[in-house]
Design a protein around this ligand. Structure first.
Ligand code: SF4
Ligand code: SF4
Ligand code: SF4
Ligand code: FES
Length: 1023
């Protein structure tokens, strides 16, 4: 176990990692603000030091090893100058200026210690201590209190004023927040908490209320943290130099004794944390200052919601059962693995090699994912591997790869600090990617402009000190219409960066695209009928994006989870290409990935058509490389995607499934269909922490490990590979990769790893973009962003500088095809889904923490007009019915949604949001269309009759996909995607769908575009 690690800190100096990080007092100078290239030489207590202009005297002193006493200053916040403890003497200047607020000047000579300064500092400390409880020995912060440290540092031995006068010692505690306590009696009113909330988090929940002696910190109007605007990020707790704001775990357990650097296992931001431990028990999680993704910040989930790892619901022993109606039997690891292997082989013997497959998890480490896909390709002997990324960001991988040649975002998070205009589409970062949202809000407060494209008025449209310049509140399902309208304006008004296009893009395809978007039907005026967004607003937004300087696009699942998800990703890439917003800081096309390791699970070869590094299985050279390394032949044909596996299971061709860390029964759309598929299988193996909804229909349960036990790496949304280090031993007795390796061995394909680092070595040996990655390098430099190889040994923060990975950037025409999921008289509202800050995905982790206090159930947001029309009041129970299912939720009447649109989250299995979502999916990747479902909402708990999973629905989905392909081909006959998609489509035909389709067409129950038949013929797909 690694307890002490080295990192490169400021100026590339190797730092020793400690329990307490060194505080330099003030942040590094912002060179862009001081506008000078020269450095400054100053002398501190006789030592010469060279620093950046704008550096504070305090920081300059810290750089040369002199720690000036301080209380209100800390290096994560702008200096404030209130405590007067950091006084210094400067040659030639009168008085004793505060070193935290005084910038260095050339030739300055500073004295930090003198009898006069010592006297002044003791006087300041004496005043603080005279109004402070004297309970140091029993205080939770004893040993971690800056006030205590400073009293010692200035040599305070006595307080002359006594403690009898007016004081604050009787002030009440605020224990409303489940994770931290506010003890106002210990507050020194240094304002660090208030400034952290403003500058770091950007929430502005705290103020200093009152004046002079009566000044005190207040959260909201009634001073209660829980009822205030506070989002419980913990930045104020971290900034507080006293025990005023303290984690409840520290109050209960005392100070931590050791620290392990690791990575948050929630969202795709990938925040680095210090797990601060007592033995094998976590005391607190503190965001790591040098974390590349978070730079010392966190959200409520990463900092506080880790209790699920030791929740009693965790299943720690392997279990098996013959039938899902049997009781589980707890067995040894050996017995469980042998049982699973025997069953898998038996299924293959009876139903063929392709009758089994597996799903990898975006919550697991790269190493864990890699071994699962390797087991499937070698031991299972097929390519039936897919990942939960299928249901979130598969269109990202596909669309960005078409345009730029890489299936990943183009920037690092830091790049947003250089953006002049941010185009935020279908993403709600303050809830889903909170730490990145804080960074984005800071840039917006500093002057960047914001365009929000979303059916729901998300917080960023208007929040403290942030206001979007344009809010395009489009109807769900019309993203592509909006992107085409924006493109139309850019081309029609000649806002194109012609030089960039000429130098960096395929010319013929640009011309084809420009002609396409110029058509009158793509004008904002024509498309307004679909989008509902006033044309003038679209025009203004397009002009702003194209002309404001650095234009950066950020997007989320509101882009990808649509029937045209891939089209939209290519549409956004077109915008960035046309305006030259690629290949430098402050620009780019950036997916905000949902889960912690979505990027990694895709990188690791989890898709049925791709080996690690996004190389197609049909490529014989790539296959030969893997075959030589693994000693097994690999099939050249892509395997089944998740929806194909489900369909094949129902059809009886697919019989066994290994599910790694993913609750597909809750997270995948059309729950009834998914459960039908799962219960049709002979063998479901689940590897997870809890008996989740999927495990309820499983036959083998392999207990998994929490992130606190894992050893490996996660790759975040900016391609940053972060180490995940074990803070404790695996509570189930084995690392997950070991279990998979043993199952693979039992199937006759042994893997030979002593530890997870050897798996990464294999990944590096086989994957050119990872060639320079190793645990040793990550331990040395902290993190790297792929590509990391000989050409870029420290990784690649910004992609496509000078040249796209595919050579020239590629424009693709993106015809808008309205989804078939339309509101009707029977289902007149459109339901869209999203996340909430305190919960995460299917809630398996966060529902087992105190985060439930913020969100105890999923609710249905409904516009006041729609509610009134139906006699629905706030808090009423309502039934939500779509053509595939019904569910019951409580109503939350809100005008965040436009009339005709309703919204819910999907964090609780009982809500069953996915009971109502349909089988529609992205034409290229099958990513489900979670974001558009036609529904009816009625008061009360209704027993409405609903058609469930009628075979025609599946057939309908197939036909819609065929139609989409045909239209895409008409727009761009050479699109690689069409061929790839058609290959997948052909798999449906293998499962007797061909006959069904033929019958349906003959019988006139479904219609097919005329072009589809010729498309099928050209692609040699049997039709
Ligand atoms: S926890 Fe975060 S949001 Fe809440 S008051 Fe503190 S800094 Fe502000
Ligand atoms: S709560 Fe802590 S950080 Fe905030 S003003 Fe008081 S002592 Fe300073
Ligand atoms: S922003 Fe994401 S990665 Fe960071 S602490 Fe929160 S959940 Fe974890
Ligand atoms: S640390 Fe400088 S005035 Fe408080």
């Amino acid at each position: 176990m690694t307890l002490s690690l080295s990192f490169f800190g400021e100026h590339g100096v190797l730092e020793e990692h400690r329990l307490h990080d060194r505080d330099m007092g003030t942040p590094p100078a912002d060179r862009s603000r001081v506008g000078s290239a020269a450095t400054v030489d100053v002398t501190i207590d006789g030592q010469r030091v060279t620093v950046e202009p704008g550096t504070s005297v305090m920081r300059a002193a810290a750089i040369c090893g002199v720690d000036i006493p301080k209380l209100c200053a800390t290096d994560s916040l702008d200096p404030f100058g209130s405590c007067r403890l950091c006084l210094v003497e400067i040659d030639g200047r009168k008085g004793t200026p505060a070193s935290c607020t005084t910038p260095v000047a050339p030739g300055m000579s500073v004295t930090t210690q003198s009898p006069k300064l010592e006297r002044l500092r003791r006087g300041v400390m004496e005043l603080y201590i005279s109004d402070h409880p004297l309970d140091c020995l029993t205080c939770a912060a004893n040993g971690d209190c800056e006030l205590q440290d400073m009293a010692g540092a200035v040599g305070l031995r006595d307080v002359r004023y006594g403690y009898a006068g007016d004081n604050h010692l009787g002030l009440q505690h605020d224990t409303s927040n489940p994770y931290f306590t506010f003890d106002s009696s210990k507050c020194i009113v240094c304002s660090r908490c208030v400034r952290a909330c403003e500058q770091v988090q950007g929430t502005f929940a705290l103020t200093i209320e009152g004046r002079g002696f009566g000044s005190r910190v207040a959260a909201g109007f009634n001073g209660n943290f829980f009822d205030s605007e506070c989002v419980s990020c913990g930045a104020c707790v971290q900034a507080c130099p006293t025990a005023t704001l303290t984690e409840n775990t520290v109050i209960e357990m005392g100070q931590p004794r050791r620290t392990v650097l690791t990575t948050c296992a929630y969202c795709g931001v990938g925040c680095s944390f210090k797990a601060e431990m007592q033995g094998e028990t976590v005391v607190r999680m503190t965001p790591h200052k040098n974390g590349g993704a978070n730079e010392g910040h966190s959200c409520v989930k990463g900092r506080f919601a880790w209790g699920y790892a030791s929740h009693p619901d965790r299943q720690l022993s392997p279990m098996i059962r013959e039938k899902i109606t049997d009781e589980w039997q707890t067995v040894s690891w050996e017995e469980a693995i042998t049982y699973a292997a025997t069953k898998l082989r038996d299924i293959q013997a009876r139903h063929g090699q392709g009758a089994i497959g597996g799903i990898t998890s975006s919550r697991c480490t790269n190493e864990e994912v890699f071994v699962v896909q390797k087991m499937i390709r070698t031991a299972f002997g097929n390519n039936n591997v897919d990942t939960c990324a299928r249901v979130c960001h598969s269109p990202t991988g596909f669309g960005l790869s078409q345009a730029f040649g890489t299936s990943a975002g183009t920037q690092d998070f830091k790049s947003v600090e250089m953006a002049d205009v941010i185009l935020l589409i279908g993403a709600n970062p303050t809830d889903a990617h909170p730490v990145f949202a804080s960074r984005m809000k800071k840039r917006l407060r500093d002057g960047a402009q914001l365009i929000v494209v979303d059916p729901r008025r998300i917080d960023l449209v208007q929040s403290p000190h942030v206001k979007a310049a344009h809010f395009l509140q489009l109807r769900p399902g019309t993203n592509v219409a909006i992107v085409n309208a924006l493109a139309h304006v850019i081309v029609a008004e000649d806002l194109v960066d012609h030089r960039f296009v000429q130098e960096r893009c395929e010319p013929a395809e640009f011309a084809q695209w420009a002609a396409f978007v110029s058509q009158p039907e793509n004008s904002p005026e024509q498309l307004e009928q679909f989008t509902g967004v006033p044309a003038a607003e679209v025009r203004a937004a397009a002009r702003l994006y194209a002309t404001a300087g650095n234009g950066a696009i950020y997007y989320g699942l509101g882009v990808t989870e649509h029937s045209q998800g891939s089209t939209m990703v290519m549409g956004m890439a077109n915008l960035a290409l046309a305006t030259g917003n690629l290949g430098r800081d402050g620009v780019g096309v950036n997916p905000l990935r949902g889960q912690n390791n979505v990027q990694g699970s895709c990188d690791m070869g989890s898709f049925p058509h791709e080996l690690p590094g996004y190389r197609h299985v049909s490529d014989s050279t790539t296959r030969a490389t893997f075959e030589a390394f693994w000693g097994h032949s690999i099939q050249a044909e892509p395997g089944l995607r998740i929806p194909n596996m489900f369909d094949a299971a129902i059809d009886g061709h697919f019989k066994g499934l290994f599910v790694q860390g993913e609750d597909i029964a809750q997270s995948d759309p059309n729950t009834v269909h998914v459960m039908h598929a799962l219960t049709s299988l002979e063998l479901v193996i689940v590897q997870d922490l809890f008996i989740n909804e999927t495990a309820k229909v499983a036959h083998v349960f392999f207990p998994g490990t929490s992130f606190l036990e894992k050893d490996g790496t996660f790759t975040n949304a900016e391609r940053r590979i972060n180490r995940v280090r074990p803070a404790m031993r695996p509570r189930n007795g084995k690392q997950e990769w070991q279990v998979v390796a043993e199952l693979s061995a039992a199937l006759g394909a042994p893997m030979h790893y002593d530890d997870a680092s050897q798996i990464m070595d294999e990944i590096a040996a086989l994957t050119p973009t990872f060639a320079g990655v190793s645990f040793a390098k990550l331990d040395e430099v902290g993190s790297v962003q792929w590509p990391c190889n000989e050409a870029m040994p420290l990784g690649t923060p910004i992609m496509h500088e000078g040249r796209f990975v595919r050579g020239l950037g590629r424009f693709t025409p993106t015809p808008y095809v309205p989804t078939d999921e339309k509101s009707t008289r029977r289902f007149p509202l459109l339901l869209t889904t999203g996340r909430i800050l305190s919960q995460y995905n299917v809630g398996a982790q966060t529902r087992r923490t105190a985060n439930v206090q913020w969100h105890r159930e999923d609710v249905l947001e409904i516009h006041p007009h729609d509610a009134e029309e139906r006699g629905i009041h706030d808090g009423d129970e309502v039934t939500v019915a779509s053509r595939v299912g019904t569910t019951t939720l409580h109503a939350f009447v809100s005008d965040r949604m436009a009339q005709g649109v309703v919204y819910t989250t999907f964090h609780y299995p009982v809500s069953g949001a996915n009971v109502v979502t349909t089988e529609h999916s992205d034409w290229a990747t099958n990513c489900p269309e979670y974001k558009v479902t036609a529904v009816q909402v009625s008061p009360g708990h209704s027993a409405a009759t609903v058609e469930i999973d009628h075979p025609e629905h599946r057939l309908g989905a197939l036909v819609r996909m065929a139609n989409q392909i045909a239209r895409q081909m008409t727009a761009d006959p050479n699109l690689d995607a069409v061929a790839a998609t058609a290959t997948h489509l052909s798999k449906f035909w293998e499962h007797d769908m061909r006959a069904d389709l033929a019958r349906a067409i003959d019988g006139g129950t479904v219609t097919v575009d005329d072009t589809v038949v010729s498309a099928m013929q050209r692609l040699a797909v049997p039709a």
